[in-house]
Design a protein. Structure first.
Length: 253
């Protein structure tokens, strides 16, 4: 499936209204089945589905048992996308089906477990360079204006970028890519386009990602959790400035 589609719209400018073609982001229902039982339903962009499924299920500790990420079956039709997982074990949802819209998130993480032990040092010049590249590669956002992006980088280059109608989905896709490709999280930086919420801080802390950066602000709870997890949170990175909200020792000024 394609992440974009054309629509006829009426564009109004001052007193003039004209019909034009416009590009909008596609949003699809993603249903995740485990052993043929639907357990989670997400709203997401219909790309990088396997990365989304793996990132979400592994980060949230939903699956309890043996399963093979490489054997997830993705089935697409015009209305929705079904992702099927075979598991030797059980699902930790108490028998409930969980649904998330694109403006909300499903998360079962509720606290930090352990502290991030990572001696990464990153210069401010590297942060500016990486975020500039991140914004340049956020193609769907530039086209539609309604897509969120996330990326995983080291202090030299961006390793992978994901875009989605849901900001948490984009983060899960990046994590899922790393797990699929056996890319470790030590010494890595998470770049995100939107606000840094508590859920994002918990996802980064879960995988011991030492630094998360955004062009907008974190929430108070995100900062509180980051301090507890020894996670460096950087916000309002724009032009030649940024704010460090927690653990500034990882940034070389």
């Amino acid at each position: 499936m394609q992440p974009l589609e054309n629509k006829k719209i009426v564009r109004v400018k001052q007193d003039e209204a004209i019909e034009v073609d416009d590009t909008v982001a596609v949003e699809k229902r993603i249903k995740i089945y485990v052993n043929n039982e639907e357990v989670v339903s997400l709203s997401a962009s219909p790309v990088q589905i396997k990365e989304l499924v793996i990132g979400f299920l592994m980060t949230e500790d939903i699956l309890k048992g043996d399963w093979c990420p490489e054997k997830i079956i993705i089935e697409e039709n015009e209305k929705e996308i079904n992702a099927r997982v075979e598991l030797e074990g059980h699902v930790s949802l108490n028998g409930k089906t969980i649904t998330s819209g694109c403006m909300s998130s499903v998360s079962f993480l509720n606290d930090v477990k352990g502290s991030i032990d990572d001696d990464l040092k990153v210069s401010q010049n590297a942060l500016f360079r990486l975020f500039k590249e991140f914004q340049e590669k956020s193609n769907l956002y530039r086209t539609t204006g309604c897509i969120h992006a996330a990326a995983l980088a080291d202090d030299r280059e961006i390793l992978f970028i994901a875009e989605d109608v849901g900001r948490h989905n984009a983060v899960d896709k990046v994590i899922g890519w790393a797990l699929l490709n056996r890319e470790g999280f030590r010494g890595k930086i998470m770049l995100v386009s939107g606000r840094i919420s508590s859920e994002m801080a918990l996802k980064a802390a879960k995988w011991r990602i030492p630094v998360i950066v955004s062009r907008t602000a974190p929430t108070s709870l995100a900062v509180e959790l980051a301090q507890k997890a020894n996670l460096t949170v950087i916000g309002f990175l724009r032009g030649s400035r940024f704010n460090i909200y927690s653990n500034p020792e990882r940034v070389i000024l």
